[in-house]
Design a protein around this ligand. Structure first.
Ligand code: HEC
Ligand SMILES: [Cu+2]
Length: 349
């Protein structure tokens, strides 16, 4: 080999190493991304991030050692002008073989021990008495949240109090989904006929994003949700409000809309507590989100849209045009009837 090509190879190798290091630094810088796994806001996500950091540091050390050894070998052992022919071949070296078996085994142990420890610590099978249970029921393509001890049911926006253990018990009404709220609770599959769990304690009040992360059909990407971590006082206020029956409008568009609601087939799939019922055997009023306090939610249709009168009207007019595959039929409402119905739904604060 001529010295010139060796020089060229050395230079391109160095360039590649510098490019990799720059890319790695860019990834670590983070940013304002709502599904960022690097900004934990609960004990569970903090443990996961710590584990991720430990393993990444360990792996980086291994990477640096390998790269330095490789570059060193290129400089020290590459052939030069005037070298005698082929180098001698080496056969077996017990010490070397022991080393390259034992060192990787130790590295694997160093990764396995904290991983298993984190899994055991973050997936308890018992939880404290003051734990709040939240049932998560996945539907194509929206999320239902039920608080059995509080009598509250909501959709796509789940509220939890900070600094209290929350136990999410999750199941699906149709296909396999996955519950992913990166800042609060990692990720867990949601499977029909089975109950999966996440237990955590959120620590920073705020609004966080969630998303279904198991392909579940046409509108999979539109199956989002929000997590509101409230201060305990705000959470109690929210619960008290959710437990009040919605105020019945007495005049104006909203009152006219309430009449349309009573005549339209909406109640077959939607519950408005105190107005149209819900059957315990799941034959009536459960196929779509509970609308009892629909007007108090900031988003709708799997957190895909902001909850504004314009969006609600667009939705009712033709759900499928807004959200491909939506399991709500087009019911032919338009004009003043539609506006009145929207006014009624938005009045359900
Ligand atoms: C066959 C069942 C069915 C009927 C009938 C039905 N809906 Fe729906 N509705 C759904 C489903 C399912 C969703 C959730 C769709 C999604 O987000 O993917 C939904 C979503 C909604 C939403 C958004 C709620 C939220 O929190 O995201 C509103 C508002 C709504 N429906 C209003 C109505 C009105 C008004 C009527 C009557 C004119 C009606 N629906 C009739 C099944 C139905
Ligand atoms: Cu899904």
């Amino acid at each position: 080999m001529k010295p010139r090509t060796i020089k060229f190879k050395r230079a391109s190798l160095m360039a590649a190493v510098i490019a990799m290091a720059t890319a790695a630094a860019g990834c670590a810088s983070g940013g304002p991304y709502p599904l960022d796994t690097l900004s934990p806001k609960s004990d569970l996500t903090r443990s996961i991030l710590n584990l991720f950091k430990e393993v990444t540091i360990l792996d980086s050390i291994v990477l640096i050692v390998v790269i330095v050894a490789m570059i060193g070998a290129i400089f020290v052992y590459s052939s030069r002008e005037g070298d005698p022919g082929e180098p001698s071949a080496m056969h077996s070296d017990v010490t070397l073989e022991m080393l390259w078996t034992v060192i990787p085994a130790l590295i694997l142990v160093a990764i396995t021990v904290p991983t298993v420890h984190t899994i055991i610590r973050t997936q308890p099978d018992k939880w404290p008495a003051e734990t709040l249970e939240v049932k998560v029921i996945a539907h194509q393509w929206w999320w239902e949240f039920e608080y059995p001890s509080l009598g509250v049911v909501t959709a796509d926006e789940v509220h939890i109090p900070a600094d209290r253990t929350i136990h999410f018990a999750m199941t699906s009404k149709d296909v396999i989904h996955s519950f992913f709220m990166p800042s609060i609770g990692g990720k867990r599959d949601v499977v029909p006929g089975q109950e999966n769990q996440i237990t955590l304690k959120a620590d920073t009040p705020g609004e966080y994003y969630g998303q279904c992360t198991e392909f579940c059909g046409t509108s999979h990407a539109n199956m989002r949700f929000r997590v509101f971590v409230d201060t305990p006082a705000d959470f109690d206020k929210w619960v008290a409000h959710q437990n009040e029956p919605p105020v019945r409008p007495t005049d104006g568009a909203a009152a006219a809309g309430a009449k349309i609601w009573a005549d339209a087939p909406c109640a077959i799939c939607h519950t408005i507590k105190g107005v149209s019922g819900f059957s315990k055997d799941y034959t009536y009023g459960f196929r779509g989100p509970d609308l009892t306090h629909f007007g108090s939610r900031g988003t709708m249709a799997g957190s895909m849209l902001k909850n504004t009168p314009e969006n609600v009207a667009l939705w009712i007019k033709n759900p499928d045009a807004v959200k491909p595959g939506a399991n709500m039929p087009t019911l032919g409402l338009d004009g003043e009837d539609l506006n009145d119905l929207v006014a009624y739904l938005e009045s359900l604060k």
